[in-house]
Ligand binder design. Structure first.
Ligand SMILES: [Zn+2]
Length: 676
């Protein structure tokens, strides 16, 4: 294939440089990656082969301009391989992983490049650079140092080998998990076993079975966390048990999709790599380049939260056992929680779903809140197409009509999509490259049968707001350098804007605008809303415990040193959880090791703590909005200007101080989660 035939060889001519999905076929990816690697290396070589003294203009600027073909193909490919994969892209992803790792190493470990950047870094005060430029130099210097650019050649070879092996193992982990998750979907023969589910869910289960050639049966497809959303509704305990057992056995059943050995190999290799880079543990290495700075800070924070969370879960369990009349098992928790919620707070979350019709939630809830805060408008562009027929494209513009970017929306679950919900940047903003912005939100909402409405659960509505917070972070970027665009911030900071956006879900003006009955058009009854508010801290002991268990497990796996030898995943996991008092069998960890994609394949290694870390900022920001009048343009504009638009172009805690007028405090989080 020649260059001119490959749609990745130049920027797209479509509005906002939307990737030309109609032209892209699977066979384009590999040649584009190969071309991208080659070009990028040549561009870097043009920098390092210069004979003049290093300067910002002759080093950092061309570095930031380099690798554009690779960026184009990688952004589209990794979105495709997570949102609409097939056998071809799965194989290709495995093939590309080590190539990508080797390519990144070749640049990050380039001694000549490191020397140039270090030279600039050493005279940082004398160069007359602006704040963003200075920060760019600092970030490159820190990242390359941590990547090992200062190591000897021999050590670098060793490091590259670690990186290559790790990329293969983590990719394998992810593929195993997807395959095992599909295999473990629970087949239900008799519709009576689905008692408790709504008509929409039952038709979704029938549809899922049909897609697998199981006509007349029902399929409960597993989702990523341990707890399946239907466990709160299914009345038959044995069916709930089957689903929970399937969910928890992912990656640990023996056979070709077992991830146990991979967990041991990955954590061992990460510990060895950390040692080579001068750290005792992988957690030490990772947190050195986060806002947390070291594992002790993480341990202190998690340690402060774990005991009260475990205690609260225990007391919740008592309430559940009282109403159930028997001991509560892990598969009973969600079910009896709904019963207690109904009894104690008289809140029936199932009764809310008719008020959460997906399109209304999106347009009159998520978009409406953004319009009230930021003045932005949304127009569906049916003339533009996404990477799958289900994907919808919206053009986003400011109040004055000026362009913001494109927002792609991919709501429904399918076998080709990985679990969870997330945001991707398909085209990322920067002034240097005059680049527009295109972002996508992916969800895994079951698709109802044709003609049926999509009625969301409470959690799904929350997730829509959450992911759109990430989308805004990407859409509002206004940075000069591509490195800093949108969500390119520290991992323990990146969840902060998305968590803040969740606050608008129940904000009275927003809720009133979208939560209307899909048939009658009646607003959600006021009592329902008030009870919901009153019951918000309810079940927080469970939710905090299952999350903290996973976060601590992630830290534990990455606190092993290269001398430690762990041989038993189950035992290690049990001991790690017992040590922090989060080993209540009725409250399983949100993810067990063998299906903990965040930490073993998802880029959250030693970083799953980030969610609660950034929630400190989130809860403190929610207080700020409340203190200042809530949903107003003035508040939105301030948040957009001081935080969202800044992306990664300045120290995030400094950006936070600019916005808040002080550092964040932890009290609002403790209060929110009932942990005071
Ligand atoms: Zn998120």
């Amino acid at each position: 294939m020649t260059n001119s035939e490959n749609p990745f060889s130049e920027p797209s001519k479509l509005p906002f440089e939307l990737p030309p999905f109609a032209e892209i076929i699977d066979e384009h990816y590999l040649p584009a990656f190969e071309q991208g690697f080659k070009e990028h290396l040549a561009e870097v070589q043009n920098i390092t082969s210069r004979r003049d003294m290093p300067s910002f203009e002759n080093t950092l600027v061309p570095l930031e301009q380099s690798g554009q073909t690779l960026t184009r193909v990688a952004r589209v490919f990794y979105n495709k391989s997570s949102a609409d994969s097939n056998d071809f892209t799965n194989e290709l992803e495995e093939q590309i992983a080590p190539m990508m790792a080797a390519h990144e190493d070749a640049i990050k470990l380039d001694s000549q490049l490191y020397w140039r950047i270090k030279t600039i870094y050493d005279q940082l005060d004398d160069l007359g650079l602006n704040a963003e430029q200075r920060y760019l130099v600092e970030r490159y210097y820190t990242e390359m140092t941590l990547a090992g650019a200062g190591l000897s050649d021999e050590q670098k070879e060793q490091l590259k080998e670690f990186n290559r092996e790790l990329s293969v193992l983590t990719t394998k982990f992810e593929k195993n998990l997807l395959a095992d998750t599909n295999d473990l979907a629970v087949v239900i023969d008799d519709v009576a076993d689905l008692d408790g589910l709504g008509a929409g869910e039952i038709s979704a289960a029938a549809e899922a079975a049909k897609e697998r050639g199981l006509d007349g049966k029902y399929l409960v497809t597993l989702v990523l966390p341990t707890g399946h959303p239907w466990l709160s509704d299914l009345t038959k305990a044995d069916v709930r048990e089957r689903i929970m057992t399937a969910s928890r056995s992912r990656g640990s059943r023996g056979g070709e999709y077992d991830n146990s050995e991979l967990v041991l190999q990955i954590t061992k290799l990460r510990a060895e790599r950390a040692k080579l880079l001068g750290f005792d543990t992988h957690a030490g290495f990772v947190t050195a380049d986060e806002t947390a700075k070291n594992p002790e800070a993480v341990a202190t924070m998690l340690g402060r939260l774990a005991p009260p969370a475990a205690r609260n879960a225990k007391s919740e369990q008592k309430d559940l056992e009282e109403i159930a009349g028997h001991e509560i098992k892990s598969w009973d928790w969600a079910y009896f929680t709904e019963k207690v919620r109904t009894a104690k707070y008289d809140v029936d979350t199932a009764a809310m779903r008719p008020y959460f019709e997906a399109e209304k939630v999106l347009q009159d809830g998520v978009f409406f809140a953004a319009n009230q805060l930021y003045g932005i408008q949304f127009k569906e562009r049916k003339d533009l197409i996404g990477y799958h027929p289900d994907v919808r494209v919206f053009e986003v513009s400011n109040e004055d009509g000026s362009a913001v970017g494109l927002f792609l929306y991919d709501l429904y679950t399918r076998d080709s999509k990985r679990g969870g919900a997330w945001m991707n940047e398909l085209v990322a903003q920067s002034y240097l490259l005059e680049s527009p912005v295109v972002v996508v939100n992916n969800h895994n909402v079951p698709k109802p049968a044709a003609g049926e409405p999509t009625l969301l659960t409470y959690d799904e509505v929350n997730t829509l707001f959450h992911e759109f917070g990430h989308a805004l972070h990407g859409l509002f970027a206004r940075v000069t350098y591509p490195k800093f665009t949108g969500t390119s911030v520290f991992r323990d900071f990146v969840e902060f804007p998305s968590q803040v956006n969740e606050m608008w879900m129940l904000w009275p003006e927003v809720l009133a605008n979208y939560a209307v009955h899909y048939q009658t058009g009646e607003p959600m009854p006021k009592e329902l809303v008030e009870k919901l508010e009153a019951s918000r801290a309810f079940n927080e002991g469970f939710k905090t415990s299952e999350y903290l268990a996973a976060a601590l497990l992630d830290q534990a796996w990455h606190s092993i040193t290269s001398e430690d030898s762990v041989t038993d995943v189950v035992k290690f996991e049990a001991e790690a959880l017992a040590k922090v008092g989060l080993d209540n069998p009725a409250v399983p960890t949100r993810y067990s090791s063998t299906y903990f994609a965040h930490t073993f394949s998802g880029g959250y290694d030693a970083g799953y703590y980030s969610y609660i870390w950034s929630e400190v900022l989130d809860a403190d920001t929610v207080e700020w909005f409340k203190e200042n009048g809530g949903l107003t343009r003035a508040n939105g504009d301030r948040f957009r200007e001081k935080l969202l638009g800044v992306g990664g172009s300045k120290d995030p805690l400094e950006a936070y101080r600019d916005f808040r007028g002080r550092d964040a405090v932890i009290e609002p989080l403790l209060k929110r989660r009932g942990l005071e």
